[in-house]
Ligand binder design. Structure first.
Ligand SMILES: C[S@@+](CC[C@H](N)C(=O)[O-])C[C@H]1O[C@@H](n2cnc3c(N)ncnc32)[C@H](O)[C@@H]1O
Length: 459
């Protein structure tokens, strides 16, 4: 128990110092880019009646909400849905509350550990139509009880959207986390801001010496280096589980959930059948079969993570098994809410790929409106190009219920025969011969861990 409290306190301290993702309070984010967070998207993926996905059908829980998701999800959910935000960090909740002040619909804010919160919900019989938990579970001492508790509090047919780290792809980050935990020990306990600034300077210095570090830092993008909250979240975290992919999949499926879709944000899984749709048609299979399918998927991902063909995080939607669903009475569609969504432009990510970049503004808007209405959509919209259709389907811009059977088959097919792993540049040692300073051994340990990443490729 003491260890659990220790983890919670350290995690709360980090996010109280650096609420995540720490965007300016007056910034007006393009909330429609957060379509993946919505109960609408998860419901569509699980082949639910479209009326059920656009009407208030139960509360939505945001587990480990941080400071931005309370706003984004409030914008996505119909006014009649209560958005229930839970986080260990009071400061993140405070910022989330300010952002939602002028939004339609009710929001709740609870400064509590998620497991404790769910236990109270269990005692009071409170359930949720949808649970969003992005980037939280891997910061818990043991996420399995929380996964089981979330499943228990899901309403029939409920959905969970989750992101957890793809740990095998983060070995270089783990090596740096271990290094900083030694050399910045004092600052990490007394002054997190100073620790973040020092870590940034050190990383910049390392990148000048080691092409490997320079390459990896480039790959995570300038946003992480510039934003101290993201830098601390990545490199200075007091508690990040390093679980193999299979362990997460076992955790979710043994709780009684089944995989509804896997979001391939960077198009790394084009040699697999559409991973977002792959499970959509299998919702009625027995739970044992669904567990086997989930394990097969986990194995495929683990193989690809091992040679870096797959570096993205695990972004998944899970749902209750079909036999747990009850026939719900669906309230009428919230038409005003839908019009407000339509008024905004479509998510950027749909049109950032080579197969979709060329689409005209008119066709982008048609795709967006058809997505929101769950209307059928024809080949003229994607320029009759199968690869454009396939990419849009992998990004969730076109869902299975919008296509006739032959086109749905095309959209579900793999796009490539094989994907090749990215080549990593070599690591150049950061420790100098004869270094004997107090941190020399930490630097040598770091060198050894980083060199191993590329030596495995050459072996
Ligand atoms: C990386 S941030 C992600 C925030 C938000 N989900 C997002 O994607 O922007 C992780 C959040 O989970 C919260 N968290 C971590 N462990 C938690 C726990 N046991 N109970 C509740 N919240 C927790 C942290 O305080 C932090 O705000």
């Amino acid at each position: 128990m003491r260890a659990i409290l220790d983890v919670r306190q350290k995690v709360a301290a980090l996010y109280n110092r650096f609420p995540y993702p720490n965007y300016p309070l007056l910034a007006r984010p393009r909330w429609q880019d957060g379509f993946l967070t919505s109960s609408y998207f998860a419901g569509r993926l699980c082949a639910q009646d479209v009326r059920a996905t656009t009407s208030p059908r139960g509360d939505v829980l945001v587990a480990g909400c941080g400071e931005m998701l309370p706003y984004i999800i409030r914008k996505w959910e119909p006014g009649g849905t209560v958005v229930v935000n839970v986080d260990l960090s009071g400061r993140s909740l405070g910022r989330g509350r300010v952002r939602t002040l002028f939004c339609r619909g009710a929001s709740e804010f609870h400064e509590q550990d998620i497991l404790e919160f769910l236990e109270v919900c269990g005692a009071r019989g409170r359930t949720f139509a949808h649970i969003e938990t992005f980037g939280m579970l891997h910061h818990m001492d043991d996420p399995l009880p929380a996964i089981r508790a979330m499943t228990r509090q899901l309403a029939p047919g409920g959905t969970i959207r989750v992101m957890v780290y793809n740990s095998p792809a983060r070995q270089w980050i783990h090596a740096l986390q271990d290094y900083f935990s030694v050399i910045l020990r004092e600052q990490l306990e007394t002054d997190l801001v100073a620790a973040a600034h020092m870590a940034r300077r050190i990383l910049q210095g390392f990148a000048e010496t080691s092409p490997l570090v320079a390459d990896r830092i480039r790959a995570i993008g300038p946003g992480t280096m510039k934003n101290p909250a993201r830098l601390a979240d990545t490199f200075l975290h007091p508690h990040e589980l390093r679980w193999p992919i299979e362990r997460w999949f076992t955790g979710f499926s043994s709780a009684g959930l089944r995989l509804a879709g896997l979001f391939d944000r960077y198009g790394e899984l084009d040699d697999l059948p559409n991973p977002l749709w792959n499970f959509h048609t299998r919702q009625d299979t027995a739970q044992d079969t669904a567990q086997d399918t989930a394990q097969d998927t986990a194995k495929l991902l683990a193989e690809r993570a091992a040679d870096r063909r797959f570096e993205g995080n695990l972004e998944m939607v899970w749902t209750c098994p079909a036999e747990m669903r009850a026939s719900e009475k669906i309230p009428p569609r919230d038409a005003r809410h839908l019009s407000r969504l339509k008024f905004r432009g479509p998510p950027h990510i749909w049109f950032e790929f080579e197969e979709t970049r060329h689409l005209s503004v008119t066709n982008r808007i048609r795709i967006w409106h058809a997505f929101l209405d769950a209307n059928k959509i024809g080949a003229e919209v994607w320029g009759k190009n199968d690869r454009t259709l396939q990419r849009l389907a992998r990004l969730g811009a076109i869902m299975p219920d919008q296509l006739d059977a032959p086109r749905a088959l095309i959209a579900a097919r793999k796009m490539e025969d094989a994907m090749s792993p990215p080549e990593l540049p070599r690591h150049m040692p950061l420790a100098r011969d004869g270094d004997t300073g107090p941190h020399a051994s930490a630097l040598r340990t770091l060198d050894a861990a980083l060199s191993q990443l590329t030596s495995r490729d050459q072996a």
